[in-house]
Design a protein around this ligand. Sequence first.
Ligand code: BEZ
Ligand code: FE
Length: 275
Amino acid sequence: MTTTPENLRDQVVSAFGAAPDPRVRELFTKLAQHLHDFVIETNLTVDEWLAAVEFLTAVGKMSDDKRQEFVLLSDVFGISALVDFLNGPQGEDATENALLGPFYVSDAPLLDNGDSIVKQYEGEPLRLEGRVTGQGGAPLIGAQVEVWQIAANGAYDGQDPDMVENNMRGRFLTDEDGRYWLMTNRPFGYSVPTDGPVGRLLDLLQRDPMRAAHIHLRVSAEGYQPLVTQLYDADCRYLDTDVVFGVRESLVTKLDQVEDGTLRARFDVRLVRAT
Ligand code: BEZ
Ligand code: FE
């Protein structure tokens, strides 16, 4: 059968349908269907198609082992958030997950509870504390709590060659009560990188590039599913417009003053058993 505008989509779908792996077959036939529908529904012009090719080429050129413009593209389309929703922890009272983001490193220094992750660039001091529990609310002793955050100068340590290594990151282990506590800075909203093609796209769409103020956490314990999440400052003005759609109601935390005037964030974490 020769190809016509009417049968093209089905021809592509059936050509992809010969893939022996059922999941590969499912992913690529669906992708072909949706892409063809998009082109048909929008009546895509040659110039628009070319612009898309140029845009994706620029995204690729901007991506390497230090910067992932493709992940940022996925983030601003809400695809990263959607994949997180579909694959998040399923369990009663389980703490919700949130984007990992591009600035996680797995070998941050192991610190003692009470230590500060601020090695450079002081901000407004914040005591972060909480309890890690598992099934039925039992405390998880020796759970690992990894914390990372933007520094007060507006950069993560990987973004600023002059920053002290591991500034604003650390690993903590929970005590016999499942508790962890540390000092950090109050988080603030910041812009995702806008000097690349995704920044140009945000500009074209007139989208605010700001992320809501957050602290990243990754919490893991033996026998439990590791959790990647973020704590959000309840007083941040970007909560409803977070550029990567990362804010979840259950993760929004009111920061309060403790006796000596220090700001405190309490963030408890409930993990789900590994299956
Ligand atoms: C972050 O929270 O660090 C982040 C997440 C997505 C894109 C850029 C930064
Ligand atoms: Fe972040």
